[in-house]
Design a protein around this ligand. Structure first.
Ligand SMILES: Nc1ncnc2c1ncn2[C@@H]1O[C@H](COP(=O)(O)OP(=O)(O)O)[C@@H](O)[C@H]1O
Ligand SMILES: [Mg+2]
Length: 378
């Protein structure tokens, strides 16, 4: 007994009843193969079947009532690009065979000459060849993505950042030299603020590109105190916003193994947003407490809530508030929460949000103190 073969589902597109019957008979008689043939007479029916059925291969006649020639191949591949195609033709035409392969077919058979074993071999060969072709395409796509990432990171990291550093550095120098008239000082101050803002956006884009195209965030864990980081983040924002009231409540144990820079970036994004998207006269609350073997951090602000229909996408990249509806001027690219979410995820933690008119907006994250077994090195 030959080994039990996997069932192959093949679509036969052939309008000539005698040819179709012959092929079906031949395929039935091959003992080593189990082949289920779905037979249609027209290209339009074939398009419908490939859309609906899961097929392993197609046997395609090139002269059909509703389609003639090599165009039949591309019409079917448009609907089912992953299904291998073996072309059937009445004439032994070398030229046509080559053209069929160029159009995306994997093989070519002359109708009068087919036998069961030959058909089966052509089908298996076509399936294998298609698999290899797709694998090569995937590798090529990955190479292109990697190349694009490198170019993009280089543009952001050097080509854009260097001139910007020159602008903000020199604006800073001019401000420190003094001797400027008040309108001059104001203008240079605006240059300085705008270039700093642009630098923050470029940093966000760099982080985004690394996370999206590079397969996530690298996390360098070391023992650190989360309470200290939160204190520092709040202090920095207090300096930048002296008129705002910050309420910081820390309880329990702040120690854990995390990436201090990344955690500071995440906290700073959340608290920065809370300041940015709430009324000047309302407080921003930051709290931390123990939660199982982790730390629970919450950031709360009042003001216009995030619209409910936007909440499910709020951690997606480039999602921003509605223009004109927000009570703050737009300054970011909508990458802050995406980056924050990626950082928390890379630490094995969770980040959630609730946002309502009555309660305001609450972002909270839980950070496990140590690397989980799955993500730690053996
Ligand atoms: N604390 C918050 N309160 C209200 N809305 C917020 C808050 N944080 C974020 N948002 C909304 O989510 C959007 C996305 O935030 P973020 O990813 O940080 O991007 P950006 O701040 O660059 O717009 C913001 O544009 C804002 O509309
Ligand atoms: Mg933001």
């Amino acid at each position: 007994m030959p080994p039990q073969e996997q069932l192959l589902r093949v679509l036969l597109v052939e309008d000539n009843p005698a040819d179709a019957r012959l092929i079906q008979e031949e395929l039935k008689d091959v003992p080593s193969a189990r082949i289920e043939v779905l037979h249609v007479l027209r290209l339009a029916d074939a398009e419908r079947v490939v859309r609906e059925a899961k097929l392993d291969a197609m046997l395609l006649d090139l002269s059909l009532p509703d389609g003639h020639g090599l165009g039949n191949i591309s019409r079917l591949l448009q609907v089912a690009p992953m299904v291998p195609v073996v072309v059937l033709t009445g004439t032994d035409d070398e030229q046509l065979a080559v053209q069929a392969v160029h159009q995306g077919a994997q093989d070519y058979l002359v109708k009068g000459q087919v036998t069961g074993p030959l058909l089966v071999r052509a089908l298996r060969y076509a399936i294998e060849r298609k698999r290899v072709e797709e694998g090569l395409k995937r590798e090529e796509a990955q190479r292109q993505t990697a190349l694009f990432r490198e170019q993009f990171l280089a543009i952001l990291g050097h080509d854009l950042r260097n001139p910007l550093n020159a602008i903000s550095g020199n604006a800073g120098l001019l401000l420190r030299y003094g001797g400027l008239t008040e309108p001059q000082r104001k203008a240079i101050n605006r240059i300085s603020i705008s270039s700093d803002r642009m630098a923050r956006m470029i940093n966000d884009l760099l982080d985004f590109t690394r996370a999206r195209l590079g397969g996530g965030y690298p996390v360098n864990r070391a023992r650190m105190n989360l309470h200290d980081v939160l204190r520092q983040v709040v202090e920095e924002l207090e300096v930048a916003h002296p008129q705002r009231r910050f309420v910081l409540s820390l309880s329990g144990n702040g120690w854990g193994d995390w990436d201090a820079d990344r955690i500071a970036q995440a906290a700073s994004n959340l608290v920065g947003n809370a300041v940015q998207y709430s009324p000047e006269d309302s407080p921003v609350e930051v709290s931390a407490r123990d939660d199982g073997d982790g730390v629970y951090v919450q950031v709360h602000n009042l003001g216009l809530p995030i619209p409910p229909e936007r909440l499910p996408q709020i951690f997606d990249p480039f999602v921003r508030g509605v223009e004109g509806k927000s009570n703050a001027t737009r300054t970011g690219l909508g990458l802050g929460l995406y980056i924050t979410h990626e950082i928390v995820r890379a630490h094995g933690g969770t980040l959630r949000v609730t946002s309502t008119e009555a309660d305001g907006t609450r972002f909270w994250m839980v950070l496990p103190r140590h690397a989980q077994a799955v993500s730690s090195q053996p």
